[in-house]
Design a protein around this ligand. Sequence first.
Ligand code: AMP
Length: 311
Amino acid sequence: MSLTVVGSIAFDAIKTPFGERERALGGSAVHFSLAASFFTEARPVGPVGDDFGEVEYEVLRRHGVVTDDIEHVDGGKTFFWRGEYEWDLNTAHTLDTQLNVFGDFAPKLSEASRDCDLLFLANIQPDLQRDVREQCRGAQLAALDSMNFWIESARESLVETISGVDMVLMNDAELRMLTEEPNLVRAAGAVRSMGPRVVIAKQGEYGAALFTEDGFFSLPAYPLETVRDPTGAGDSFAGGLMGYLDSQSGAMDDATLRRAMAYGSTLASFWVEQFGCERAESLTREAIDERYEHFKRITSIDAVASPRPTG
Ligand code: AMP
C-alpha cells in the first residue's frame, strides 16, 4: 500500500503562551507525512525554495518519508506561515501567509506517487488539490482537508474538489463556514451531499466526530496535561488516521474508521506536546501503541480507572 499527499511544505513562525519558534519546519504535507510514517510510506508532493536544505530533507528521510516529489524551485522561497495562539489554544490567529513557490506551482507527479492506493489532499489551494486528484485516478480512497483561508478565497474551487473525494476532514467551525449551516450535523450532511461518503469534524481539544451514511461516532481528545503548541494537530491527526487506514488496506467500514480516528487522535496528542513537528524526533511506534491502548480503555463507557503510560 502507499500514500501520497499534496499540501504545504513550509517554514512556520509560531508563538504560543508557552514559547516561540521563528523558523520551524512545518506545512500540512510535512506534519501529515511524518505522522503517517509511523504506519506506512508517505510521499509528499509540493515545491520548496532555496531556503529548504539538507537539514529539512533529513528530518523527512529519517522517518522513511519519500522525498522524490518535493520539487526544488531555483531562486524561490518556501511557503511561510506566521501564527499565534492565546490561552485558548483551539484558535490559531494567522498573522501572515506567504505562498511563495506555491504561487505558480504545477504538480507533476512521479509514476510511483500517481499509482498510490490512498491519497490525501492536505490543506493547500483547492485547484492544486484537484490537479493532484486528477493525476491519481486509481486511488481507492481520496480524502481532503482545507481551512478558512481557502473557503474565503476559493470557495467554488473547493466545493468542486470536495465533490471528487471520498472523505472530508475539516475543523467543525470550517465545516459550518463552508456550508453556511450553524448546526454541525446538518453541515456534515451538506458536505456529504456534495459527494464524499464520510465527513470527520475535527474539534481541537474536544476531539473529533465521524459522520457516515448509517453511523455517528464522537471521540474526545486524549487527556493531556502538557500542551505547548497545537500547530500541526489537525495534520498529524489526518496523517495518523490515513496512515492507519493504509496499513488496513484502505478499509473504510465504520469500525475501521473509528480505530483510525483513535490513532489520529493519539498522533495529534503527541504532536502538541512540543513545537511544530519536533515531537516526531523521539516518537516510536511502541509509544504510540501504548497510548492508543490506554486511550481505548479510558474512552469505553464501561471503563474503570486505568494507569497512564509513562512514555
Ligand atoms: P494544522 O494542522 O491545522 O495546525 O496546520 C498547521 C500547518 O498549516 C502549519 O504548519 C502551516 O504551515 C500550514 N498552513 C497555514 N496556513 C496555510 C494555508 N493557507 N495553506 C496551506 N497550509 C497552511
